[in-house]
Design a protein around this ligand. Structure first.
Ligand SMILES: [Zn+2]
Length: 330
């Protein structure tokens, strides 16, 4: 079996950030909105740096106004993922974008997204779970409202809680209350850190938010004591190499620390983050990693198993996905 034919497990994907540009342009046209400024001449999303990327991201999200828009978005995104061989996906969902943190509206969005997920499961054989995410630069007060939405919809579909957005805004401890609420409701926890922030941002997220996974976490490589600690404690890193390279966190694939983290026995996984923004797919991530580090299929099989072990799903779902991974080992 070629590397690219391997079934893939993706843990770090922002639903709006995965929106195909053509899909967003179509929605804008239907709604007579002019968002031409966020695209380049080839029709790709255009941005200058990470902070501009956040603005373009929010502008694209302006076209998504109703639960039905999110139903269509979910199908469009899962179709892309399934085409890349993804069989299980966890997607960050944001009550900020889905109804402005109004609980009644949020329930309708979750219902619509879940219906699309069920359809994708039947038609494309891909399983989706949702991680409700705080947008850090919107501040701790909004994070509590977001946590309330997460708590009220926690179950077998909404299984996790996380934090994305500008890593340099505020401190993790400011968000501890929201994370405590989510933990008490049985949600599994992750937070973005160690992408724009250095090693200390990872230590803070682990200590103050008590997360079991870190979104990115790749700048742990600047502090080998932290790398050892991550390996010992089994903290899982949701590594998104193509995203890091597109945003200039590392200058080239060969300079990306994922291989060194893997060698040092940190539990690394591979995801795309916001794939059309970074001109990537899961298939592309696998190709580029294989090329940069001469990784064979054994490495990718191990990464898929690590990802599945760290997935925020119930044990029945995990067992079903495991069967599909094992079938590909035969
Ligand atoms: Zn992310």
């Amino acid at each position: 079996m070629t590397i690219n034919a391997l079934p893939k497990v993706e843990l770090h994907l922002h639903l709006e950030g995965a929106a195909p540009p053509g899909f967003i342009r179509g929605l804008a046209k239907e709604k007579h909105m002019d968002i031409a400024g966020i695209f380049d001449e080839r029709g790709h999303y255009a941005y200058k740096d990470f902070w501009h990327f956040l603005k373009v991201y929010e502008a694209a999200t302006e076209t998504l106004k109703t639960p039905m828009d999110y139903h269509r978005l979910t199908l469009a995104v899962l179709e892309e993922s399934a085409a890349s061989g993804v069989i299980y996906s966890e997607t960050f969902l944001s009550p900020d974008f889905c109804g402005g943190r109004d609980l009644g509206a949020w329930r309708e969005y979750v219902h619509a997204i879940r219906e699309a997920a069920d359809q994708a499961q039947r038609d494309m054989g891909i399983t989706l779970r949702g991680i409700v995410t705080v947008i850090r630069h919107f501040g701790p007060d909004k994070a509590r409202e977001t946590a309330r939405c997460a708590v009220e919809t926690a179950g077998d579909f909404i299984t996790g809680f996380g934090m994305a957005g500008d890593e340099l805004a505020g401190k993790p401890k400011h968000f501890a209350y929201a994370f405590d609420m989510a933990r008490e409701a049985g949600l599994r926890l992750t937070a973005h850190a160690g992408e724009w922030g250095g090693p200390q941002s990872i230590r803070d997220a682990l200590a103050d938010l008590k997360v079991e996974r870190i979104g990115h976490g790749v700048r742990a490589i600047e502090d080998l004591a932290l790398v050892d600690e991550l390996a010992e404690k089994g903290v899982v890193l949701e590594v998104c190499p193509g995203s890091n390279i597109a945003l200039g966190v590392f200058p080239a694939w060969r300079k990306h620390p994922i291989a060194e983290l893997f060698r040092r026995e940190v539990k690394v996984t591979v995801s795309t983050d916001d794939p059309p923004f970074f001109h990537t797919t899961m298939a592309n991530e696998y190709d580029r990693l294989a090329e940069a580090f001469e990784w064979d299929d054994g490495v990718f099989r191990k990464i898929a198993r690590t990802s599945l072990d760290a997935a925020f799903c119930d044990e029945d779902t995990r067992a079903q996905i495991l069967k599909r991974l094992e079938a590909a080992d035969a």
